[in-house]
Write a protein that binds this ligand. Structure first.
Ligand code: HEC
Length: 90
């Protein structure tokens, strides 16, 4: 179930359609709200995930974040999709 939700959130946030983007939780905003007070940018904590394959990285984050300031599955999915799209290159 979680995988499906994550895949849907990923697909929605990677979609070029403005309508899809408006309906899905916005990963950048969710990050700003839930994470940025402590992690101004994700660059530092993402370092340890950079060598992982995308599916493994997303699974690890989806395992860690429910207990770390992202209890809401939809927001968590959006944040993970946003991290994947913007913060996985060195
Ligand atoms: C109240 C402060 C605080 C907030 C809010 C916060 N974090 Fe963290 N986070 C930390 C601290 C402290 C660490 C441990 C030190 C480090 O690795 O930088 C950490 C570690 C992490 C790690 C590394 C996990 C690991 O395997 O060691 C990730 C990924 C992460 N945070 C993501 C997030 C995301 C995404 C959000 C928003 C949903 C978030 N954090 C919100 C303080 C916070």
């Amino acid at each position: 179930m979680r995988r499906i939700a994550l895949a849907l959130a990923l697909a929605a946030s990677l979609s070029a359609s403005p309508q899809a983007a408006a309906q899905a939780p916005d990963g950048a905003s969710a990050y700003a709200e839930a994470c940025a007070s402590c992690h101004r940018t994700p660059a530092r904590f993402m370092r340890r995930y950079l060598d992982m394959a995308p599916a493994q990285r997303q699974a690890e984050l989806d395992r860690f974040l429910p207990g770390h300031y992202a209890p809401d599955a939809a927001k968590r999915g959006a944040i993970i999709a946003w991290l994947e799209a913007n913060h996985t290159r060195r």
